[in-house]
Design a protein around this ligand. Structure first.
Ligand SMILES: Cc1ncc(C[n+]2csc(CCOP(=O)(O)OP(=O)(O)O)c2C)c(N)n1
Length: 299
């Protein structure tokens, strides 16, 4: 299979209607607008509870339905199979959901659908917490991040553990396509969707979506914050196609993690020791990814 196109054509025809209800600077809005244009109008979307459903679904004049967290992947499986039985093979079937819906509350059904290699595209817009219900920690929240359930105080330093590595979890299901993406690199995100959307089987794109409200930064800085996360190696961009990992963005030198974390209020309390621990974790992860680049994962 060829690599994704470097600079994809991004249609100028808007699908999403203006005037959504998301917070100012919400990363989900940037993702939605570009994703809609990439999949085009011949697409059915589903969502499960979360910011996307509440703030964006009414701006999408296409087939859109939703269900419970636990039922999301089953609903999607049903739609995909019904379309196939009816002979409709060119409709995209896409889930557009959050990290809580992917890493935690919707995980069981999604894992089952991945194992069955159901033919749909799961987009996870990851803002690192259950933002729609007030910013509680999720399984994807990174270590030390302050959320409403992982505060900082005399006995707490924010979240105690690192977030789940969702793309590796799903790569271990032997699915044809898994990737990471960021609102800080729309070309990369669109290129990955463009490439993967016609692959038959289970596809998952894990897109980092900075949240000005939950992460604590000025709404005008969303794209800058996202870019710093990729430039520092905290959020590496890669895809795993048929089990083979390809880094899609390789900064010559990684920026210090402090440059990426400091602008975010949720990490403002970090001590030098904690920042060093973060730096070491990111450096080790990056080194591992460079070693894996171009090779099949041992899953
Ligand atoms: C089984 C179940 N548990 C909890 C909830 C309450 N709930 C609604 S939205 C939401 C948070 C969703 O978070 P996430 O998927 O990360 O998306 P975000 O809103 O952050 O984009 C929660 C916990 C629910 N609706 N159903």
């Amino acid at each position: 299979m060829s690599k994704p196109i470097a600079t994809p054509y991004i249609s100028t025809e808007e699908i999403m209607l203006p005037g959504h209800l998301a917070c100012q600077g919400c990363g989900h809005g940037i993702i939605a607008r570009n994703v809609m244009k990439t999949f085009g109008k011949n697409t059915v979307y589903i969502s499960i509870p979360g910011c996307i459903w509440i703030t964006l679904s009414r701006n999408i004049p296409l087939y859109w339905t939703g269900t419970t967290f636990q039922g999301g992947a089953a609903l999607l499986s049903g739609i995909t199979n019904a379309l196939e039985i009816k002979g409709n093979t060119d409709m995209n079937v896409v889930a557009f959901v959050g990290d809580g819906g992917t890493a935690d509350i919707g995980m069981q059904g999604l894992s089952a659908a991945a194992e069955r290699n159901e033919n749909f595209f799961w987009l996870c817009a990851d803002n690192h917490a259950y933002m729609n219900t007030g910013g509680q920690r999720s399984g994807a929240t990174p270590k030390y991040a302050v959320t409403t359930t992982t505060p900082v105080g005399a006995k707490s330093r924010g979240k105690k553990t690192w977030g789940k590595n969702l793309s590796f979890i799903f790569a271990a299901h032997h699915v044809p396509y898994v990737g990471t993406a960021s609102v800080g690199n729309v070309n990369d995100m669109v290129g990955k969707i463009e490439y993967a959307k016609d692959i038959k089987g289970f596809k998952l794109l894990h897109i980092q979506s900075p949240c000005p409200t939950g992460w604590g930064f000025d709404p005008s800085q969303t794209v800058k914050v996202a870019k710093l996360m990729t430039d520092s190696g905290i959020w590496p961009l890669y895809e795993i196609v048929d089990g083979v990992l390809h880094l899609s963005y390789k900064p010559k030198e990684l920026k210090p993690v402090s440059e990426a974390l400091k602008p975010q209020r949720r990490f403002r309390h970090l001590t030098d020791d904690e920042l060093n621990e973060y730096e070491e974790m990111v450096a080790k992860n990056w080194e591992d990814l460079l070693k894996m680049d171009g090779k099949p994962l041992p899953v």
